[in-house]
Design a protein around this ligand. Structure first.
Ligand SMILES: N[C@@H](CCC(=O)N[C@@H](CS)C(=O)NCC(=O)O)C(=O)O
Length: 209
Protein backbone atom coordinates (compact mmCIF):
# COMPACT_ATOMS: atom_id res chain seq x y z
CA UNK A 1 0.00 0.00 0.00
CA UNK A 2 1.19 3.49 -0.88
CA UNK A 3 0.58 6.41 1.45
CA UNK A 4 0.33 9.71 -0.39
CA UNK A 5 1.06 12.85 1.63
CA UNK A 6 -0.48 15.60 -0.40
CA UNK A 7 -2.60 18.69 -0.88
CA UNK A 8 -5.06 19.69 -3.59
CA UNK A 9 -2.56 21.35 -5.94
CA UNK A 10 -1.22 20.56 -9.45
CA UNK A 11 1.86 18.83 -8.00
CA UNK A 12 -0.37 16.86 -5.65
CA UNK A 13 -2.72 15.85 -8.45
CA UNK A 14 0.11 14.44 -10.57
CA UNK A 15 0.51 11.62 -8.09
CA UNK A 16 -3.14 10.87 -7.36
CA UNK A 17 -3.71 10.66 -11.14
CA UNK A 18 -0.72 8.33 -11.55
CA UNK A 19 -1.84 6.10 -8.67
CA UNK A 20 -5.32 5.85 -10.20
CA UNK A 21 -3.91 5.17 -13.66
CA UNK A 22 -1.71 2.30 -12.46
CA UNK A 23 -4.40 0.94 -10.14
CA UNK A 24 -2.27 0.78 -6.99
CA UNK A 25 -3.90 0.65 -3.61
CA UNK A 26 -3.26 3.96 -1.83
CA UNK A 27 -4.40 6.14 0.98
CA UNK A 28 -4.16 9.90 1.15
CA UNK A 29 -2.83 11.78 4.17
CA UNK A 30 -3.67 15.44 3.82
CA UNK A 31 -0.97 17.99 4.57
CA UNK A 32 -2.65 21.31 5.30
CA UNK A 33 -0.32 23.83 3.68
CA UNK A 34 -2.29 26.86 4.90
CA UNK A 35 -1.75 25.71 8.49
CA UNK A 36 1.97 25.12 7.88
CA UNK A 37 1.75 21.34 8.42
CA UNK A 38 4.51 20.91 5.82
CA UNK A 39 6.92 22.30 8.43
CA UNK A 40 6.06 19.71 11.10
CA UNK A 41 9.28 17.91 12.16
CA UNK A 42 7.76 14.49 11.41
CA UNK A 43 6.83 15.52 7.88
CA UNK A 44 10.25 17.10 7.31
CA UNK A 45 11.82 13.69 7.97
CA UNK A 46 10.31 12.51 4.67
CA UNK A 47 10.29 15.87 2.87
CA UNK A 48 13.56 17.79 3.29
CA UNK A 49 12.24 20.94 1.55
CA UNK A 50 8.86 20.83 3.38
CA UNK A 51 6.88 20.25 0.18
CA UNK A 52 4.14 17.94 -0.95
CA UNK A 53 3.81 15.46 -2.61
CA UNK A 54 5.62 12.63 -0.84
CA UNK A 55 4.82 8.93 -0.94
CA UNK A 56 5.68 6.18 1.52
CA UNK A 57 5.69 2.70 0.03
CA UNK A 58 4.63 0.40 2.84
CA UNK A 59 5.30 -2.62 0.63
CA UNK A 60 8.93 -1.54 0.19
CA UNK A 61 10.28 -1.14 3.72
CA UNK A 62 8.41 2.14 4.11
CA UNK A 63 10.61 3.80 1.50
CA UNK A 64 9.79 7.54 1.43
CA UNK A 65 10.09 9.40 -1.88
CA UNK A 66 9.85 13.17 -2.34
CA UNK A 67 9.79 15.31 -5.57
CA UNK A 68 6.87 14.61 -7.89
CA UNK A 69 9.07 13.74 -10.89
CA UNK A 70 11.03 11.17 -8.87
CA UNK A 71 7.75 9.76 -7.51
CA UNK A 72 6.33 9.42 -11.03
CA UNK A 73 9.45 7.59 -12.20
CA UNK A 74 9.35 5.31 -9.14
CA UNK A 75 5.69 4.42 -9.71
CA UNK A 76 6.19 4.01 -13.46
CA UNK A 77 9.09 1.62 -12.93
CA UNK A 78 7.22 -0.28 -10.24
CA UNK A 79 4.08 -0.68 -12.37
CA UNK A 80 5.83 -0.88 -15.72
CA UNK A 81 3.42 1.69 -17.11
CA UNK A 82 3.64 5.07 -18.90
CA UNK A 83 7.47 4.98 -19.12
CA UNK A 84 8.24 2.81 -22.15
CA UNK A 85 11.89 1.94 -22.50
CA UNK A 86 11.93 2.87 -26.20
CA UNK A 87 10.55 6.38 -25.47
CA UNK A 88 12.46 6.93 -22.23
CA UNK A 89 14.89 9.55 -23.49
CA UNK A 90 12.02 11.67 -24.83
CA UNK A 91 9.88 11.10 -21.74
CA UNK A 92 12.78 12.20 -19.50
CA UNK A 93 13.21 15.43 -21.49
CA UNK A 94 9.53 16.41 -21.34
CA UNK A 95 9.31 15.37 -17.70
CA UNK A 96 12.39 17.41 -16.73
CA UNK A 97 11.05 20.38 -18.73
CA UNK A 98 7.86 20.20 -16.71
CA UNK A 99 9.72 19.90 -13.42
CA UNK A 100 12.30 22.61 -14.11
CA UNK A 101 10.34 25.06 -16.24
CA UNK A 102 6.60 24.58 -16.85
CA UNK A 103 5.63 24.03 -13.19
CA UNK A 104 7.91 26.60 -11.55
CA UNK A 105 7.10 29.35 -14.09
CA UNK A 106 3.33 28.79 -14.10
CA UNK A 107 3.58 28.60 -10.31
CA UNK A 108 5.01 32.13 -10.33
CA UNK A 109 2.21 33.23 -12.66
CA UNK A 110 -0.27 31.91 -10.05
CA UNK A 111 1.49 33.97 -7.37
CA UNK A 112 1.52 37.27 -9.26
CA UNK A 113 -1.61 37.03 -11.41
CA UNK A 114 -4.02 34.96 -9.32
CA UNK A 115 -3.09 35.35 -5.65
CA UNK A 116 -1.42 38.77 -5.51
CA UNK A 117 -2.55 40.98 -8.42
CA UNK A 118 -1.50 44.61 -8.14
CA UNK A 119 1.56 43.93 -5.98
CA UNK A 120 4.20 43.88 -8.70
CA UNK A 121 3.70 45.06 -12.26
CA UNK A 122 7.05 43.58 -13.21
CA UNK A 123 6.21 40.15 -11.74
CA UNK A 124 2.74 40.10 -13.29
CA UNK A 125 3.98 41.00 -16.75
CA UNK A 126 7.00 38.73 -16.65
CA UNK A 127 5.16 35.57 -15.65
CA UNK A 128 2.09 36.28 -17.80
CA UNK A 129 4.42 36.48 -20.79
CA UNK A 130 6.19 33.27 -19.81
CA UNK A 131 2.87 31.47 -19.21
CA UNK A 132 1.72 32.47 -22.71
CA UNK A 133 4.95 31.26 -24.24
CA UNK A 134 4.62 27.92 -22.42
CA UNK A 135 1.11 27.47 -23.86
CA UNK A 136 2.47 28.30 -27.32
CA UNK A 137 5.45 25.95 -27.01
CA UNK A 138 3.30 23.07 -25.75
CA UNK A 139 0.79 23.75 -28.53
CA UNK A 140 3.55 23.59 -31.14
CA UNK A 141 4.83 20.31 -29.75
CA UNK A 142 1.34 18.79 -29.66
CA UNK A 143 0.66 19.86 -33.22
CA UNK A 144 3.36 17.38 -34.25
CA UNK A 145 2.98 14.72 -31.59
CA UNK A 146 -0.12 13.13 -30.06
CA UNK A 147 1.41 13.17 -26.57
CA UNK A 148 4.37 15.14 -25.26
CA UNK A 149 6.92 12.37 -25.62
CA UNK A 150 5.48 10.73 -28.72
CA UNK A 151 2.57 8.52 -29.69
CA UNK A 152 2.03 7.15 -26.20
CA UNK A 153 0.57 8.74 -23.07
CA UNK A 154 3.37 8.89 -20.50
CA UNK A 155 4.40 10.29 -17.13
CA UNK A 156 5.45 13.47 -18.97
CA UNK A 157 1.77 14.08 -19.80
CA UNK A 158 0.70 13.12 -16.27
CA UNK A 159 3.18 15.68 -14.88
CA UNK A 160 2.15 18.50 -17.22
CA UNK A 161 -1.63 18.09 -17.51
CA UNK A 162 -2.54 19.19 -13.92
CA UNK A 163 -0.80 22.52 -14.54
CA UNK A 164 -2.89 23.20 -17.64
CA UNK A 165 -5.92 22.14 -15.61
CA UNK A 166 -5.47 25.46 -13.78
CA UNK A 167 -6.06 27.29 -17.09
CA UNK A 168 -8.89 29.39 -15.64
CA UNK A 169 -6.36 31.04 -13.31
CA UNK A 170 -4.01 31.75 -16.21
CA UNK A 171 -6.25 33.88 -18.44
CA UNK A 172 -4.15 32.84 -21.42
CA UNK A 173 -7.16 31.48 -23.34
CA UNK A 174 -6.65 27.73 -23.66
CA UNK A 175 -9.25 27.53 -26.47
CA UNK A 176 -6.95 29.50 -28.75
CA UNK A 177 -4.32 26.77 -28.59
CA UNK A 178 -6.00 24.05 -30.64
CA UNK A 179 -3.51 21.19 -30.26
CA UNK A 180 -3.00 21.86 -26.55
CA UNK A 181 -6.79 21.91 -26.08
CA UNK A 182 -7.20 18.63 -27.95
CA UNK A 183 -4.52 16.99 -25.76
CA UNK A 184 -6.05 18.53 -22.63
CA UNK A 185 -9.55 17.24 -23.42
CA UNK A 186 -8.28 13.81 -24.44
CA UNK A 187 -6.56 13.39 -21.06
CA UNK A 188 -9.47 15.02 -19.20
CA UNK A 189 -11.77 12.31 -20.55
CA UNK A 190 -9.74 9.45 -19.04
CA UNK A 191 -11.72 7.81 -16.27
CA UNK A 192 -8.70 7.51 -13.95
CA UNK A 193 -7.70 11.12 -14.53
CA UNK A 194 -11.21 12.23 -13.53
CA UNK A 195 -10.90 10.14 -10.37
CA UNK A 196 -7.36 11.29 -9.56
CA UNK A 197 -8.28 14.92 -10.18
CA UNK A 198 -10.91 14.88 -7.44
CA UNK A 199 -8.82 12.92 -4.94
CA UNK A 200 -9.30 15.49 -2.19
CA UNK A 201 -12.61 17.00 -3.14
CA UNK A 202 -15.06 14.52 -4.62
CA UNK A 203 -17.22 17.39 -5.91
CA UNK A 204 -14.44 19.05 -7.91
CA UNK A 205 -14.82 18.89 -11.67
CA UNK A 206 -12.14 19.26 -14.32
CA UNK A 207 -12.48 22.79 -15.76
CA UNK A 208 -13.22 22.73 -19.49
CA UNK A 209 -11.87 25.42 -21.81
N1 LIG B 1 9.52 20.33 -7.17
C1 LIG B 1 8.55 19.92 -6.18
C2 LIG B 1 7.63 21.09 -5.89
C3 LIG B 1 6.64 20.76 -4.83
C4 LIG B 1 5.88 21.99 -4.38
O1 LIG B 1 6.22 23.14 -4.71
N2 LIG B 1 4.86 21.75 -3.57
C5 LIG B 1 4.07 22.84 -3.04
C6 LIG B 1 2.59 22.62 -3.30
S1 LIG B 1 2.27 22.46 -5.03
C7 LIG B 1 4.25 22.91 -1.54
O2 LIG B 1 4.37 21.89 -0.89
N3 LIG B 1 4.29 24.13 -0.99
C8 LIG B 1 4.38 24.33 0.42
C9 LIG B 1 5.35 25.42 0.76
O3 LIG B 1 6.07 25.89 -0.13
O4 LIG B 1 5.41 25.79 1.93
C10 LIG B 1 7.75 18.73 -6.72
O5 LIG B 1 7.47 18.72 -7.92
O6 LIG B 1 7.41 17.81 -5.94
Amino acid sequence: MIELFSADTPNGKKISIMLEEIGFDYKVTKVNLSNGEQFNPDFRKISPFSKIPVIVDHANEKEAIFESGAILIYLAEKSNKFYDLKDRLKINQWLMAQMGYVGPMIGQHHQFHHYNPGKSEFGEERYFKIAKSIYKDLDERLEKSKYLAGENYSIADIATWPWIARHQWHDVGLKDYKSLTKWYLDIASREKVIKGYSFMDKESKIPLP
